[in-house]
Write a new protein. Structure first.
Length: 282
């Protein structure tokens, strides 16, 4: 049974209401990163592992994160001081030799455009039609963000060493882009995915795949997220296993009993996600 020690620590912490800067290590900010594809700007942050060497022979694996505001810093997170602690978690796992040195790239969401960018289909939600720009967001990552990162940092170009992680709607876009563009993203962290979206349309597409994508998928869910989240998550698990994914090899679905739909829960499971996706690259 998988157990995340970080969850126990995070759940017992008292979260102050005043925003506190919580970045650890070498995190570099690229503000006002402009997208011609999406027609907007956002911040992109890059975590470099301790001892980063831009001239070493082997390039670094790289993981891209959705909702970048929440990934490193409680001072920028959507909910004050509730962040993923990705910098602290990666540093600890690298020092413990549980994962290789890795570069993390946190891409801010598009604010009011977040739902449009992260959802592959248009549908009504609470009376408003949202979604449908996921392919454009994918083009933004592949044609604008990835080349920018490759031009500034020593990152691997291999899909098997390139990941995409997100939660909720961010989990949907991570799954969607990884399974439709496996030549770009081969490591997928799909945390608390909202697979209920648009009548579980993504799950219904699995039997129609022409070919099983060559990707490694971590998927998880907190049982306190409720039946509307957990049920579709389990349905996706069943669909993926029927399509040829192998539990423990290229697919892992983890349910956490006392976890909800929030940054604390995702921070508490991030170590498990990173180890599963990256352990074979050590």
């Amino acid at each position: 049974m998988l157990v995340s020690l970080a969850t126990l620590v995070l759940n017992s912490a008292n979260i102050p209401q005043e925003r506190v800067k919580s970045v650890t290590g070498d995190v570099r900010r690229h503000e006002d990163f402009e997208s011609k594809i999406l027609g907007n700007k956002r911040t992109v942050q890059v975590f470099l592992p301790e001892g980063y060497d831009a001239k070493r022979e082997k390039p670094y694996p790289v993981i891209y994160f959705c909702d970048g505001q929440n990934v490193f810093d409680g001072a920028t997170s959507f909910i004050p001081n509730q962040e993923w602690r990705a910098d602290e978690t990666a540093t600890a796992l690298i020092k413990g030799k549980m994962i290789p040195p890795v570069i993390l790239v946190a891409v801010d969401n598009g604010g009011m455009k977040r739902s449009d960018e992260y959802l592959p289909t248009k549908a009504k939600f609470q009376g408003t039609e949202i979604g449908g720009d996921a392919d454009k967001f994918g083009d933004f990552l592949v044609k604008e963000v990835k080349p920018f990162i490759a031009g500034k940092y020593h990152v691997s170009a291999k899909a098997s060493e390139t990941g995409l992680i997100g939660s909720s709607f961010g989990g949907i876009i991570s799954f969607y882009l990884g399974t439709t563009r496996p030549e770009e993203f081969g490591l997928l962290g799909v945390m608390s995915p909202s697979f209920w979206w648009d009548g579980e349309t993504l799950t219904k597409q699995i039997p129609k795949w022409v070919k099983k994508p060559d990707v490694k998928i971590w998927m998880d869910m907190g049982l306190e997220e409720g039946p509307s989240m957990v049920g579709p998550g389990r349905a996706m698990e069943t669909a993926l296993l029927k399509r040829g994914f192998t539990a423990g090899k290229d697919f892992q679905f983890y349910e956490e009993a006392k976890a909800g739909h929030n940054e604390q829960a995702w921070a508490g499971r991030l170590d498990l996600c990173l180890v599963f996706l990256l352990k074979d690259l050590r």
